[in-house]
Design a protein around this ligand. Sequence first.
Ligand SMILES: [Zn+2]
Length: 347
Amino acid sequence: MVVTGASTERTSWLVSALGAESFAVPGEPTVELVREGARHVQRAACDVIVAIGGGSAIDAGKAIAIIATNGGEPLDFLEVVGKGCAINMPPLPFIAVPTTAGTGSEVTRNAVLGSTEYGVKASLRSPLMLPRVALVDPELTYALPPAQTAATGLDALTQLIEPYVSARANPITDAICVDGIRRIAGALRRVYHDGADREARHEMALASLFGGLALANAGLGVVHGFAAPLGGSFKAPHGALCAAILPHGIAANVAALRVRAPRDPALERYVTIARLLTNRPDATAEDGIEWVRTICADLAIPPLRAWGVTDADLPGVAEKAAQASSMKANPLSLTREELLSVLAAAL
Ligand SMILES: [Zn+2]
């Protein structure tokens, strides 16, 4: 089965060459969509799943591959809102071919699914879910339009910054985070303005892959903690939500660390991030926040209210974010007031 995004045109040649089934994923994957995909796989007796697309297609493919062999219902295995049962059976062999840069989903062990019923996003997670093959070719991202280039590129940046300051950071992920942040700092504006910039697309594809490796091994933080409930309740792309929250999430962490954990190494790490982003050896954490704020504005990242989020939604979102799995790796635990102020600033 070939799993794609909304448009199946680009892969129709492959589907007919393989004599494969085709399964389109029109938006970010939901429990319902994965249930349908797994049934389709079983009916057609597919033996391999290939996902070609952005994070939505890859996460959907990953989830379908695991549900097809484990049987049952996606909610049985879903974290946070589901039963969180252990996944025991290996999935169908799964090949991931990303066309964005990106989510890094081609090298992670989870798939994020929305639950319409619970208004939240949560993960299916198992070491068995790591794709068998990740085929990362920057040429597949040349046609990505500027808005998606910006949102997915800033998601990739978030997925390098959060693991780098994470409570679970380790020397291996540190090395790839530093390298990836430097690459994005030099390439993101270039790919936004010229999608055919081969060198910059190459840098972004690599940095996105690094982000996936980093988050799978060191966790995420407050920005992704918010992206889970927001993405579950509002029709907004994951990358756009992360981008809208990123500068405010960093600012809140830096402020809280200064007051409550001034010796935490994460503070020094925010300075390193600022120096990588600005390419200035004397940059401060504030300069880094300003760099992120500026690139979000220059790349036309809309605020949360553009996706229908209102003041009245904020307390509920903050409540759910505090329970999100990503929040556990944040360098320190943020208070309810701090969480609300991040949301208010991103609104
Ligand atoms: Zn992300």
